[in-house]
Design a protein around this ligand. Sequence first.
Ligand code: C2O
Ligand code: CU
Length: 408
Amino acid sequence: MPGPLLRARQGERIAVRLENGIEQDTALHWHGIRIDNAMDGVVGMTQPPVEPGAFFDYDFLVPDAGTYWYHAHQHSSEQVGRGLYGILVVDESESPDVDADHVLSLDDWRLDDSGAIHESFGNLHDISHGGRTGNWLTVNGRGNETLELGAGERVRLRLVNTANSLVMPLRLPDWPAWLMALDGMPLKFPVEVTGSLVLGPGQRADVFLERPADVLDADLAFLERDQEIPLVRFSHASARDRSPRMLPPEPLTPNPVEPCAEKADASTPLLMRGGAMGDLDRARYRGEMLDTRALIRLGKAWSLNGEVDRPGEPLLTAARGSTQEIVIENRTAWPHAMHLHGHHFELTDSLGGAGNPGSSPVLRDTVMIEARETLAVRFRADNPGDWLLHCHMLEHQAGGMVTWLRVS
Ligand code: C2O
Ligand code: CU
């Protein structure tokens, strides 16, 4: 791991045969791609499971440029937790002005004393608390990474959080840096990065970083309370020195995403409850009302609108092309990373940080919602099919935080 880096140009077709060589059934999801529903990789909704020894052919178009990823979407906590994922880069038809382009997939692992993957998958403590977090961080599958940069070089970093549940606060070197895209989608204006950048599970950030002349080497680091764990070292390669660009980067070309209507056609509340220190007393599971004790015995700890796991009925049914608002109320003591398949949300709130132009909406396929926070998201429901909406903390997903919606 990670799996092969898949790379295509915007608008091209990708054909991948998944061969199942493991002992569990599986399927592949193409995270963030506004994909044909039949290729979305959700077992029981868009395709049958791929049994051990069997195969499935994925074949789809990639409408948007940017940084995406693919991962197992069956028994995700264990399969992604053991490394069944890879990065999918879709290149712009016109390449942006950078000297190099680096993919950095960041993960954390729970290892036992021998250094093997800890077998504690699916335990209730992880499910009902902050998910499976680890004790070992990797970059592209290694303990750390070194990238060589000449003075004056400007490079594109594609940061991907592939961890099961870990929220990653990252600190870039104190060099000129611009946030260019989130979850694949270009920002209207590059935003200067000062201080830290937080990536929730499943989220991506494209950053342009420029090495000034006459500086010491520096790191990209993971911030853990009061310590910094270096992940990527930017070392100096004088053979690559070049005269610096005098201007900040131009924004990346926007993707062909239809913006939301001024006024949403419908608004749907989504109430999150459960987990440790939560107030969940009962919820419906497979059509049956169960109390917390019974749910816990089944390994379930979370509900969305009173339902545990994917309910029989969709959260909402949207007419194709309508603008939908979902008001997510997190009445739990934990942050969550809500991911919508097949679409990106439009967020009207600001990014924060210096240089932020403020009111231009940001598109994301995975949005962090802090404990006790309420957040309204909107999207243009223009991709027909049945789509999952779930927490991308994979143990929370396993513990019940899954719903779906229908675009007709
Ligand atoms: Cu990246 Cu439904 O998942
Ligand atoms: Cu969650």
